[in-house]
Every structure is written in C-alpha cells, then in structure tokens.
Design a protein around this ligand. Structure first.
Ligand SMILES: CC(C)(COP(=O)(O)OP(=O)(O)OC[C@H]1O[C@@H](n2cnc3c(N)ncnc32)[C@H](O)[C@@H]1OP(=O)(O)O)[C@@H](O)C(=O)NCCC(=O)NCCS
Length: 185
C-alpha cells in the first residue's frame, strides 16, 4: 500500500475529481460518502460551496462547518478517497445518525488498507479541531465501514432504527439499523 495525504480540493484537482466521481457512478454508486454533495454537483460549483462551508459561511441553513479532503496517493497523485469532518454536531441528522465523519474509497482501491489510513488521518484532523468525543455512524449492514471504524478505535455504543423519515424516505418494511460508535480523543 502506498502512502496517502489529505489535500483540500482546488481547481487543479478538477479532472482527477471528475474521474473519481465517474468511477462511483460506473459502479452504480450514486452516493459518495464524505463528499459533501460532490456527488450531486458540478466541480466548480461544489468547490465554491465547499470552501464557503469550511470557512463558516454556511451554505445551507441547517449545515454545520465541515472540512472535506481528497485523500491523494503520494506516488501518483491519484485521488483514492474522500473524507468530510464536521466541526460540530449542531444538526439533527448528524447528532442522531451521521456523526462527525463521512468517508469513502473509490471502488477500484478498496480492501487495500486505504479506508483505515484515511479514517485515521481524519480522526487526527478532528482532534486538531478540538473535538474530544468523536461520534461515527454507519448502517449496521455496512460491514466494510464497521470493520474500518472498529480498526480505528471506534467503540459501539448504540444500535438504533434509522426510522426518521424526515431524513430519508424509507418504507417501514425496509427499515434499517444504524450503529453509533464513539472514540475519546
Ligand atoms: C468503508 C470503506 C471506506 C472501506 O474502505 P477500504 O479501503 O476497503 O478499507 P480497508 O481496506 O482499510 O479495510 C478495513 C477493514 O474492512 C474490511 N473490509 C473492507 N471491505 C470489506 C468487504 N467488502 N467485506 C468485508 N470486509 C471488508 C477489510 O478486510 C479490513 O478489515 P481487516 O483488516 O480485519 O481485514 C469502503 O468500503 C467504501 O468506500 N464504502 C462505501 C462508502 C462507505 O460505506 N463509507 C463509510 C460510511 S460513511
């Protein structure tokens, strides 16, 4: 496995970021966890949105400041993953389910240890922001995510129904469970 570093998105990353996003879509994954809506926006528009939000010029009423990074492989500058660190949990969805961090690894680079490396770096960044009780949430059927979170020190504190349809329209018979993990920093 090659070393990664977290990089703030800039215009220079446009082509590689679009390639990164395209790979998820080709893999029938329309949601890119930890991308702060890059999966729904064009790069330039997203860049402005993202920079504003990071600096505290909140873009949506209920958003909290967050820092979103590309995880870039040092030897070839390929974007391997993304991670979004929310600076606080003053948002109902994040406080109940989402937690401080969302992250993902592009399909072709999974199961090589990168997810663990990225989450570890994200946790260090959260610590540098002064976060002391880190919360992480993931669906209880997302084994790759669970294993990655536990490898990074996550302690399961709660499993609850993801039943609040204000956030996602999930039919009752498709109700899913969410695991909540804590890490004391
Ligand atoms: C979760 C995710 C980031 C893990 O990335 P990754 O690079 O594959 O993770 P790692 O290679 O560091 O693997 C971490 C652990 O998970 C295990 N793992 C990874 N993929 C797995 C799979 N499909 N099934 C079972 N275990 C899996 C690995 O074996 C490893 O455990 P081990 O060391 O005990 O063997 C990646 O699967 C992903 O992007 N998923 C979609 C987005 C997502 O679910 N994000 C998390 C929720 S916010």
């Amino acid at each position: 496995m090659n070393e990664l570093e977290l990089q703030l998105p800039t215009l220079e990353y446009k082509k590689s970021a679009e390639d990164f996003k395209g790979e998820f879509f080709e893999n029938q994954e329309t949601v890119i966890n930890g991308s702060a809506l890059f999966d729904q926006m064009e790069y330039e528009q997203w860049l402005i949105h993202n920079t504003n939000n990071q600096e505290g010029n909140i873009v949506n009423n209920n958003w909290v400041p967050a820092t979103t990074f590309f995880a870039v492989r040092k030897n070839d500058l390929k974007i391997v993953g993304m991670i979004d660190i929310r600076h606080n949990l003053k948002n109902d969805f994040l406080a109940q389910y989402g937690g401080h961090i969302g992250f993902s690894v592009r399909p072709s680079e999974r199961k090589k240890g990168y997810g663990t490396e990225i989450l570890k770096m994200g946790i260090e960044y959260a610590k540098s922001l002064g976060i002391r009780k880190l919360m992480l949430g993931c669906f209880s059927d997302n084994l790759p995510s669970i294993k990655t979170i536990v490898k990074c020190g996550g302690k399961l504190t709660e499993t609850k129904k993801f039943s609040d349809n204000q956030f996602l329209k999930i039919p009752d018979d498709k109700e899913r469970l969410v695991n909540i993990y804590r890490i004391d920093l």
